[in-house]
Design a protein around this ligand. Sequence first.
Ligand SMILES: O=c1ccn([C@@H]2O[C@H](COP(=O)(O)OP(=O)(O)O[C@H]3O[C@H](CO)[C@@H](O)[C@H](O)[C@H]3O)[C@@H](O)[C@H]2O)c(=O)[nH]1
Ligand SMILES: [Mn+2]
Length: 403
Amino acid sequence: MANEIPFPLYHKNARKNTIQRALDTTLLFLLISLLFYRLLSLKTHGFVWLLALLCESWFTFFWFLIVNAKWNPVDIKTYPQSLEPRFPELPAVDMFVTTADPVREPPIMTVNTVLSLLAVDYPADKLACYVSDDGCSALTFYSLVESSKFAKLWVRFCKKYKVQVRAPFRYFLEDPISTSAPNLEFKEEWEKIKAEYEHLCLKIKEASRKSAPCNLTHDFAVFANIETSNHPTIIKIIGENCEEDVPHLVYISREKRPKYPHHFKAGAMNVLSRVSGLMTNAPFTLNVDCDMFVNNPQVVRQALCQLVGRESERDMGFIQYPQCFYNATKDDPYGNQMVVLMEYMGRGLAGLQGPPYSGTGCFHRRKVIYGAWPGNAASINGNIPFFNSILFYSYYAHIHYTC
Ligand SMILES: O=c1ccn([C@@H]2O[C@H](COP(=O)(O)OP(=O)(O)O[C@H]3O[C@H](CO)[C@@H](O)[C@H](O)[C@H]3O)[C@@H](O)[C@H]2O)c(=O)[nH]1
Ligand SMILES: [Mn+2]
């Protein structure tokens, strides 16, 4: 299917796994033989034998399902360079970050997640980053406001020098000046940007020591005397993409009331979809937990290669990226990298219908989240979905003009 179009955006190539298949077939034969042996000599051994038969049958069934999932592993090769020739007007993408607690999830971590997203290799006017703060924390808001100033320098630096990992805390762990012989201009800019990042970290650290990060006036006034589990919605537009080459940045702390369940991350994702649907309404969304970051600046283009490179948009609702973990133990003896799940199961499932949604690092087609575009809203089974809410529209308008 991908071969028929003038510029292929991706190829799905089957991986050779003849040896693995031969091993699995042998194992299946052995397991079935064992089950037969148990069955035939059941009468002589009684209850214990029956118990063993039940356990081994369950194991065989489960093992068979897993082998099935791994049977057809594939490699997916994308061609991001072909995206613009085919779609000169690239689609917009809304990026969601969820955070819940400024103590357990320190704001500098959220800031790094947000910075890695703002700096992805994609036209900035097509991107918007929405941060949901379930902790309703003035410190988180303050950190985002400060980081948006740093973002202007950081995004320009990353794009100019084609930085691979665009979360500053990881990037500055290595010193490219001592390991290679970079040019003088790079050296100066690298040192300047590192100093700026350290200054940002210091400001956030100092703010976290105080009871309030700054004077709770102007934009911060709303956080004065706020109860984290009992407050109205707060939406703040931190950065608007006007002249700077940095995407929009929006802070959201959804309404919380003691008697109403907030449904944790799922509730936050619902609100992010609603608010972004009214503000930028991009046809694609990406969601990332605040303790993750994007480790490849091409991530949006690569996902879109598959999402827009299909004959019918119904063929694919979402793209799930695998997760990698930093600071893992050497050789990963405890399996923290989830290699079996991500590499073997993931590739196998990609050869079937694709892996399940795993909660973070996922690009969704907005349509699959709520079934239709806001313009077609009334056509869903005669029900009026959330985005027709007059109350919400007027509330949003109020927020927009007071920000
Ligand atoms: O009331 C809440 C609770 C959590 N979160 C956010 O949800 C995300 C995931 O929570 P976390 O405690 O980090 O869960 P983990 O177990 O680390 O994450 C795994 O499990 C989650 C729940 O299944 C998935 O959402 C994640 O994507 C998956 O990585 C984080 O960004 C939180 O800030 C909220 O926004 N509101
Ligand atoms: Mn987590």
